[in-house]
Design a protein around this ligand. Structure first.
Ligand code: BTN
Length: 336
């Protein structure tokens, strides 16, 4: 695996301020003196930060008389760049903690929860200890979209299971809008293409009695992942958007579209709000599970039968050989 110097950025950091100054300047041009005055730092100190920005993919050119011009912005999900993609009244994506490399964005989000506002994101270029469902590892090399969304609005515990179902619908829509790729949803919330997994979702929740105190919704999308970098057993069952379309897509555009889709959906998860019910038809329309003979691993063991239907809470009903219906609240579809 490539060696990466660990860099990180969060709102308020001097490097975020430098990026903001350039983005707001006419023609993205600034003199050293103007930057120094705006940021209250010496020019030498500023250029050290600019050098780090160059290392992570920004390009600047020296412009005669004007100073420096920002000529190229990398496709990274950095705080000022993500925030700029969101509508003025959006709360999602306004706060981003970005890492070049981290163990797990879900772990960081849970750990730093008190400092992260509702709608805040933790994201990384690469994860070295990515968490999957049921305690499994999640391979997260460069090129993927690895992000964790923090939710702090009141949410009844009874509705928490809908979070990941809503997320699968939002990510499905975002992928279609940004890349044109139509994915299917394997119950409960894996996004698939031609039978291979493209995206996994892992929600971690802290509850206080009847209510969810906060939730971290982790999304792992194999966007521009070179699938040959994945472990052999994963290569056999996974794919990436780049593999499907033959060209890389913008991670920032994907994150922005996901957040835009997800914000209204999650805010419908109130006591009487529509929640999953509001998108259940869309979820069913794109399901790759319903109508198929499947084997489901449930906490109680394996069950094989026809995936008959899913209700408005996302509960899957399996019809066994005798025609009896079994309600599956949580589990994994093993074979379909
Ligand atoms: C699954 O097993 O299908 C869920 C995978 C979830 C992976 C994402 S990547 C971003 C976030 N951080 C993690 O450590 N896991 C989730």
């Amino acid at each position: 695996m490539a060696e990466t110097k660990m860099e990180q950025m969060q709102p308020g950091d001097i490097r975020c301020k430098i990026i903001e100054q350039f983005l707001q300047a006419p023609d993205r041009c600034l003199t050293g003196a103007a930057l120094s005055q705006a940021l209250g730092m010496t020019r030498a100190a500023i250029w050290k930060h600019i050098h780090v920005l160059e290392e992570i993919g920004f390009a600047f050119s020296a412009a005669p008389r004007v100073g420096y011009q920002l000529t190229s912005v990398p496709d990274l999900c950095l705080p000022p760049l993500v925030s700029a993609t969101q509508a003025p009244d959006a709360r999602f994506g306004r706060w981003v903690h970005w890492f070049s490399v981290v163990d797990s964005t879900n772990r960081v989000a849970m750990h730093e929860i008190s400092e992260i506002p509702h709608g805040g994101i933790v994201t990384a270029v690469r994860q070295e200890g990515g968490r999957g469902r049921r305690g499994r590892p999640w391979a997260s090399p460069d090129g993927g979209l690895w992000m964790s969304l923090v939710l702090k609005e009141p949410l009844p515990l009874t509705r928490a299971a809908e979070l990941t179902l809503l997320t699968s619908v939002a990510v499905r829509r975002a992928i279609a809008a940004v890349t044109g790729v139509e994915t299917s949803i394997k119950w409960p919330n894996d996004l698939m293409y031609n039978g291979r997994k493209l995206c996994g979702i892992l929600a971690e929740i802290r509850a206080d009695g009847e209510n969810v105190q906060h939730a971290v919704v982790g999304i792992g999308l194999n966007a521009n992942v070179d699938t040959t970098l994945l472990p052999d057993e994963i290569q056999a069952i996974a794919t990436s958007l780049q593999t499907i379309t033959g060209s890389p897509c913008s991670l920032r555009a994907l994150m922005s579209a996901i957040l835009t889709e997800l914000e209204p959906l999650t805010s419908s998860l109130t006591e009487n709000g529509a929640g999953f019910r509001g998108v259940a038809e869309e979820w069913r329309e794109h399901s790759s599970t319903l109508g198929h003979i499947v084997t489901v691993q449930t906490p109680a063991g394996k069950l094989t039968g026809l995936a008959d239907h899913a209700d408005d809470q996302g509960v899957l009903y399996i019809k066994d050989e005798s025609g009896k219906l079994h309600a599956i609240h949580s589990g994994d579809v093993l074979f379909a």
